[in-house]
Design a protein around this ligand. Sequence first.
Ligand SMILES: Cc1cc2nc3c(=O)[nH]c(=O)nc-3n(C[C@H](O)[C@H](O)[C@H](O)COP(=O)(O)OP(=O)(O)OC[C@H]3O[C@@H](n4cnc5c(N)ncnc54)[C@H](O)[C@@H]3O)c2cc1C
Length: 408
Amino acid sequence: MTFFPTRAAGLERLHEFAQSAGDAYARNRNFDDGMSEKGFRTNISQLSPWLHAGLLSETEVLEAVLAAHGPKSAESFISEVFWRVYFKGYLEQRPTIWRSFTEGRDAAFAKVDNNSGLAKAYGVATEGRTGIAAFDHWARELVETGYLHNHARMWFASIWIFTLKLDWELGADFFLRHLADGDAASNTLSWRWVAGLHTAGKTYLATASNIARFTERRPDGPLSAEGLAEEAEPLTEPQEHSRSMPPLPKNAPLPEPYALLLHDEAASHEPLGIDIAPSLIISAPRPEARSPGEIGKIAQEFARDATQMGANAASDAFGCSVTQWTAGEAIADILSNAGIENVVTAYLPMGWTKDVLWPELGELEADGRLTQIVCDLDRSTWPHARAGFFRVKKAIPDVLGELGLAGG
Ligand SMILES: Cc1cc2nc3c(=O)[nH]c(=O)nc-3n(C[C@H](O)[C@H](O)[C@H](O)COP(=O)(O)OP(=O)(O)OC[C@H]3O[C@@H](n4cnc5c(N)ncnc54)[C@H](O)[C@@H]3O)c2cc1C
């Protein structure tokens, strides 16, 4: 199974899976049936890499699934897609969570560098040599495939934190370095949720019986997990992460002429609904900014190729040229060489892409030369992403209605 980094491949997978996103998804989604050599899993969509790269939008995924099933039968799948939107909105309103993750990760790596026992434990875990068969299997599967089933991610994170007692930030970093769908919001907040930092005091404890039950359909039988922690004492942190909703840019008419910027999280122009053609496409993949550590081959190539191929597709669609904005180069020079003042891009949420691009984009914004496109789904959902997911869940019918996606 390979994730091919084009919008066409994402659409093909969406249309193939949409028929299975109804009641069958709700019944089967928690089973980790293992990777298939030939194709995708049948019980889950595996659309996350395309969603993360912005090759597909959450809105068009919802549209396709609602068209196939209607809102009642597709409720469980729709709710999962909203978890993604919820996490993005939540992190946006609590940016210090992302900052404290990157600082915590750097501090945890410094501890590993200075402590040979820790370095050994970290190596044993990431190389899949702990002796806990299920965990070791997932550590290797992650590196080899760039993907893990949601339940495996939960079990893995729980074992990492409560059985192996490693810093959660190191585990979250390991995921970000290897997942093709590695996402600042979904990953950081899910690890925090397992650790008891998202819903204060509520942790996720992996058990051998639950793992055996939900891996029983694997061709080589269930995975075993012996010696797991029997308690999951919530982690604590000194810092409070206060909430404030950032003012989202209004979707103003596009300035002419302009350069369209595509990057790891917005690699296709199509979901952006652009109505005025750009004069230049700027391609700026930055997968190396995911972590100070080495980025896995699959995650790295998916992000780089998605952005490059997305830029080529935009260039064909609009009949303009493509230029690369490489790390260390000044975007102002690219724009002045092309005789263009303005840049248009998808709204950049909290995460590494923003960290690495914003120092220069922020200057353009301050000069009134940057237009960010905010999608309607985020604009309507994020105000509900204030605390727990339940507020978003309650708002789903209204949000779908506002967007004209209510289904039949
Ligand atoms: C510790 C941990 C780390 C995670 N890290 C990431 C990450 O870096 N990037 C990422 O995209 N997801 C992450 N997830 C969420 C989830 O595991 C994946 O989105 C899902 O497994 C992707 O597979 P799929 O496309 O087949 O999902 P499906 O079950 O087919 O769901 C459809 C879509 O809904 C969204 N979705 C489904 N489940 C969740 C969820 N629990 N949280 C948020 N969105 C969800 C995804 O966009 C997914 O593509 C993480 C979960 C955990 C527990």
